[in-house]
Design a binder for this molecule. Structure first.
Ligand code: PEP
Ligand code: MG
Length: 602
């Protein structure tokens, strides 16, 4: 019988395919002992398992090197060397000689090593903890003869749906896009970074499914409906047919919307809205440049780091930033300095934090590690000779952070000058407005910065004290909360007063209803995911900003996010209805949150 699991729509699109269930967690290891006569055989089994794991890892490394590049592949070399480590094998052998079964001995030693590395004061050693964990899972799976569910080694052309509990951004960037065609996770929300990354990669995704991994056990085929947030397990032939038809309709609608990609972004009452794209990885630049966006409003540089064994050097970063600038020339490209931390960590992560979103993240981490930060700043200043680059700082809470960054930019420029490397020292510096502190001190920040960009994903999280990645709180993550809308309006007003540009680059800007609200709040610049550019442009062309302003003025008198949403939806619907057939596609987008009816017995 087919089972429909409802989750959170994370990245639109429909995929019908085989299920690749991934349980990337240390398996339960039963207690087992070996008789003295069997010890040598058990040791041979141990070495064979380690060798097999190393062989698998080498294959994965080669594939990742081919698809993503040698830097991304380097973490697998580290893991191969763990499998081959003589000390490790000797420690396990010693336990086997004491009568422990190979899997128990391996489990115990790895546990001890992880604890030891995790306590290290050396950051590089701490970073090896997650590699040890990966090796532990791989080798134990072989020793326990568990089903082969490698996360990054799915056969090419499988068009599989990856069903897993949670996916770290680092695992997501390593996925082979020719093997995995959709993602379904128990955890996560629409603004968690896995969802953001899935949208960037154009991979349909549903997150927040809670118990999909249990329900998908021994299920062969599934449908991911990323548009409505559904995972349908074991679909009947009739259901598959229905979804094939839906997929054709969605593809046709997307093609229709593409007609607006090249159109002017001007509202019916003649207000020009600047539409830029969010680019999360350098190799998306060319595709994003053809979306109809007038430049990049947010390039998240950290996705280019997560999942890697080492930070990219100056040269590699320079090439990557220059590539994006060239792709979008002559339009502006806003590159955000590393926003590492929270749920975006490089391999191995950082010391454990009780509250990572309130922790050592983004500009805080960069300022505390000036040598690491300056590598990025030098690469940015060098890339700036290739176009209209602007630097943006994430998670700013105080103007002090801007001042300290400026000193580092000056140092970086002096270092480049000393090396006689072409660069620009006068790159505009802006900040993300993502915290109530930044909004409430926007007047101060505006005196020392060139622009503001409102990151609504974090602004909502920090204003409402609602973890953006917690599926339990999805209904409380109310972007249209009056507090959030007032903070956005205030930021725009402070920007206007200081004469600096304000844009919105959070996920909010990509959704037609929210974009309507933003225009009504006075926002005139939006940065959206590349695949939303055409739809948002179409929206801009179908409405009058005067109507949006009137709608928001009325909405702000309402008490709750739900009332505000109802009112805005009614107003936008009425506005679009006046456009007749021309707005059909948009009305369909407005209805995307409405889950189609499903008869589970089908
Ligand atoms: C935001 O917070 O809205 C934002 C754009 O940044 P990120 O999603 O990368 O935190
Ligand atoms: Mg943010």
């Amino acid at each position: 019988m087919s089972v429909v699991v409802t989750g959170v729509p994370a990245s639109p699109g429909i995929v019908i395919g085989p299920v690749h269930l991934l349980r990337w967690e240390v398996p339960e290891v039963p207690a087992r002992t070996v008789a003295p006569d069997d010890v040598e055989g058990e040791i041979a089994r141990l070495h064979a398992a380690c060798d097999l794991a190393a062989e698998r890892l080498r294959k994965v490394r080669d594939r990742v090197a081919e698809h993503a590049g040698p830097e991304e592949a380097a973490i697998f070399d580290v893991q191969v060397s763990i499998c081959d480590d003589a000390d490790l094998r000797v420690s396990v052998e010693t336990l086997v000689r004491q009568g422990f079964a190979a899997e128990k001995a391996f489990d115990l030693v790895l546990l001890e090593w992880r604890e030891h590395f995790g306590r290290s004061t050396n950051a590089l050693m701490r970073e090896r903890v997650s590699d040890l964990l990966d090796v532990q899972i791989r080798v134990l799976s072989i020793l326990l003869d568990l089903p082969d569910r490698d996360p990054v080694d799915v056969p090419k052309g499988a068009d599989a749906i990856l069903v897993t509990h949670d996916l770290t951004p680092s695992l997501t960037v390593q996925l082979d896009r020719e093997a995995i065609s959709a993602i379904a996770t128990d955890a996560g929300t629409g603004t968690s970074h896995v969802a953001i990354l899935a949208r960037s990669l154009g991979l349909p995704a549903v997150v927040g499914l809670r118990d999909a991994t249990w329900k998908a056990e021994s299920v062969a085929t599934a449908i991911v409906d990323g548009t409505h947030g559904l995972l349908i397990l074991d679909p009947t032939p009739a259901r598959i047919e229905e979804y094939r038809a839906r997929a054709r309709v969605e593809a046709e609608e997307a093609r229709e919307l593409q007609r607006y990609a090249r159109a002017e972004s001007v509202s019916l009452d003649g207000v020009r809205i600047t539409l830029r794209a969010n680019v999360d990885m350098p190799d998306e630049a060319e595709a994003a440049a053809s979306s109809g966006a007038e430049g990049v409003g947010l390039m998240r540089t950290e996705f280019f780091v997560v999942g890697r064994a080492a930070m990219p050097d100056e040269e590699e970063q320079y090439e990557a930033y220059a590539r994006v600038l060239r792709a979008f020339a002559p339009h502006p490209v806003v590159i955000r300095t590393y926003d590492i931390g929270g749920d975006k960590l490089p391999v191995g992560g950082f010391p454990h934090e009780a509250n990572p979103f309130l922790g050592w993240r983004a500009i805080r981490m960069c300022l505390d590690q000036p040598e690491l930060f300056k590598v990025q700043l030098r690469a940015l200043l060098r890339a700036a000779v290739h176009g209209d680059l602007r630097i943006m700082l994430p998670l700013v809470v105080s103007v002090d952070e801007v001042r300290r960054t400026r000193l580092l930019i000056d140092e970086a420029a002096r270092e480049l000058a000393a090396r006689h490397v072409p660069h620009r020292a006068d790159v505009p510096l802006g900040v993300m407005i993502e915290t109530p502190a930044a909004v409430l001190t926007a007047d101060t920040l505006a005196r020392e910065t060139a622009f503001f960009s409102i990151g609504t994903n974090d602004l909502v999280q920090y204003t409402l004290a609602v973890d953006r990645g917690n599926v339990q709180l999805v209904d409380r993550f109310t972007t249209l909360h009056p507090a959030v809308l007032r903070l956005i309006a205030r930021t725009q007003a402070e920007g206007d007063a200081a004469g600096i540009a304000v844009s919105v680059c959070g996920e909010m800007a990509s959704q037609p209803l929210m974009a309507f609200a933003l225009l009504g709040l006075g926002i005139r610049q939006l940065s959206v995911s590349p695949r939303s550019v055409a739809a948002v442009k179409h929206l801009v062309r179908c409405i009058s900003v005067g109507a949006a302003t009137a709608a928001v003025t009325s909405a702000l008198a309402a008490d709750t996010a739900a009332d505000i949403e109802t009112l805005l939806r009614e107003r936008l619907r009425a506005e679009l209805a006046q456009r007749g057939d021309a707005a059909d596609g948009l009305i369909a987008l407005l209805d995307e949150h409405i889950v189609p009816d499903h008869d589970d017995s089908q």
